[in-house]
Design a protein around this ligand. Structure first.
Ligand SMILES: [Zn+2]
Length: 343
């Protein structure tokens, strides 16, 4: 079976628990934990296991039966995945318009949500008899993308699910879900994998310098794998090269911000700030070790109080970076604050 339907090596122990304890019979599971550790992979492995006609002794899907083949082909009649509706094609354009993109901005926001129409659209799926009376599985990913109306609509089915129905919700921000939905789900918390195990896996994926990338990704291996992409490495290097200059030009940098890079930039700014604080306190950088000397120099130059304020602002701005109204203005403001750290 394709790897996307298989769990990751560090999920073996959790997998055994899921197949022995209360989780085995619970109709709704909420997989929670930091982004980039493989919640989606575990969720798909659970979906496959629930639908497989001949699961292995440990509960894993066989990968060979009809159900497994349909799942891989994307046409299993008893499986649905709900995620935010496709984004709009003209977003990039709306972004470059700058001011006056108010209306389009709200459209963009909607496109990042799971809507009530999407949940209502499941009514037929939920009411049909399943193939050979087997299981029916609904994957909601990421669950926090449901707006309130959608969550309430889902709640009705969660409260009175048709027989044999299993819900798998995936969320790195479960606090954004209504308490009513949370109370219907059995929470399964996925921890960060052990660094050695994560490094071994990254190396097996062909990643060079796995340890450094894993550190930059705060121990989250799937994020490290994404970061190993050569284009991403280059973009990161170029972005950080600008930050080592305390007299940088915020506007010139922010001009290149767009919807595709803004979340990454926000993350790099946040990890850069984290390292500045660590180095200033006499520690070693956690994320950007290759810039140790620059970080030491900048940490000495920086105004301590403003650095702490900036850290707070970056944390508050992090969520916003996923759906900024205007990427350019958003980055410009953060970079102006950055330059102001150096009196
Ligand atoms: Zn199978």
């Amino acid at each position: 079976m394709d790897v996307q339907w298989q769990r990751l090596p560090w999920q073996d122990a959790l997998w055994r628990q899921l197949h022995s304890g209360a989780a085995r019979s619970h109709h709704a599971l909420l997989l929670r934990g930091p982004a980039g550790i493989g919640k989606g992979r575990l969720a798909r492995a659970l979906v496959a296991a629930s639908l497989c006609q001949r699961p292995a002794d440990d509960g894993s899907a066989c990968g060979l039966c009809d159900a497994c083949s349909w799942l891989e082909a994307g046409n299993h009649p008893d499986f649905r995945r709900v995620s935010p509706a496709a984004t709009l094609a003209d977003e990039a354009e709306a972004e470059s318009d700058g001011e006056g993109a108010e209306g389009k901005a709200s459209e963009k926001k909607a496109s990042q949500q799971i809507t009530i129409e999407q949940i209502r659209g499941l009514a037929g799926f939920m009411s049909l008899t399943t193939h050979r009376g087997g299981a029916r599985v609904l994957l909601v990913e990421p669950a926090e993308a449901m707006n309130l109306a959608a969550a309430n609509a889902l709640l009705k089915t969660l409260e009175e699910p048709p027989p044999g129905t299993r819900f798998v919700l995936v969320s790195s921000q479960p606090r954004r879900l209504p308490a009513t939905v949370l109370s219907r789900c059995l929470p399964i918390t996925l921890p960060l994998p052990a660094a050695a195990e994560a490094c071994a896996w990254l190396t097996a994926q062909g990643v060079e310098d796995a340890a450094a990338l894993l550190a930059q990704a705060a121990g989250r291996p799937l994020q490290a794998l994404e970061a190993a992409d050569p284009a991403r490495t280059l973009a990161r290097r170029q972005f950080l090269a600008q930050l080592v200059r305390p007299d940088l030009d915020p506007y010139a940098i922010a001009e290149k911000a767009n919807r595709d890079n803004v979340a990454l930039w926000a993350e790099w700014l946040q990890t850069w700030c984290h390292d500045l604080l660590r180095v200033r306190a006499g520690g070693a950088p956690r994320f950007h070790g290759e810039h140790q000397r620059d970080l030491s120099r900048l940490a000495q130059l920086a105004h301590a109080g403003r650095l702490l304020d900036w850290e707070l602002r970056l944390r508050q701005a992090r969520w916003e970076s996923r759906q900024p109204v205007n990427a350019r203005l958003y980055c410009d403001a953060l970079l102006i604050d950055y330059r102001a750290l150096f009196p």
